[in-house]
Design a protein around this ligand. Sequence first.
Ligand SMILES: Nc1ncnc2c1ncn2[C@@H]1O[C@H](COP(=O)(O)OP(=O)(O)OP(=O)(O)O)[C@@H](O)[C@H]1O
Ligand SMILES: Nc1nc2c(c(=O)[nH]1)N=C(CO)CN2
Length: 160
Amino acid sequence: MANIHINIGSNRNRRENLSKAIYAIKVMFENTVFSKVYESRAFGFKGDNFYNVGINATTNLIIAEVVNILHDIEENLGRDREASKFSSRSIDLDLTLYDSVIDQNYNLPRDDILKYNFVLMPLAELNPNLVHPQQHQTYTQLRATMSGLKSYNIDILNTE
Ligand SMILES: Nc1ncnc2c1ncn2[C@@H]1O[C@H](COP(=O)(O)OP(=O)(O)OP(=O)(O)O)[C@@H](O)[C@H]1O
Ligand SMILES: Nc1nc2c(c(=O)[nH]1)N=C(CO)CN2
């Protein structure tokens, strides 16, 4: 069984898209635990604010299978593959950790963890004492180096 962490982001129909993505992730993976909802300005372009959520889960699937599932969920939720990285998006699902695996092909651990507070904050909320495989610091220690973010307890599965 591998422990995985996924970051979800959306700045279009945020509640509906997050709710649908969370439902799909609950179906596909085991022992899913969700962070609060973190709100932040769109990074890299002018657009509506994002909601980001972190998810811990366990799985017997290999990395490629996990990434394929996330890709399929994105497709089902109408993710526009042609749009540039820095543009509004219905949904973005990134595998950020797969145990302590370091794998450049899958960008694991995802470099976004160290770049963006909207990735690190939910990860640190769920895994305060876990150690980053390359930085050898806990996510709580890493979080201390970044500015905080507003977070909400939104019952996302029951709000459309
Ligand atoms: N760790 C990973 N998490 C999610 N997708 C990955 C990962 N590694 C490879 N991929 C594959 O690469 C494709 C592009 O994903 P990636 O998240 O790297 O780019 P992007 O979605 O355009 O950028 P961003 O997620 O930063 O907006 C995905 O559709 C997926 O098939
Ligand atoms: N706040 C925020 N900004 C972003 C995000 C995101 O998830 N949150 N994702 C992006 C492309 O993946 C670009 N900009």
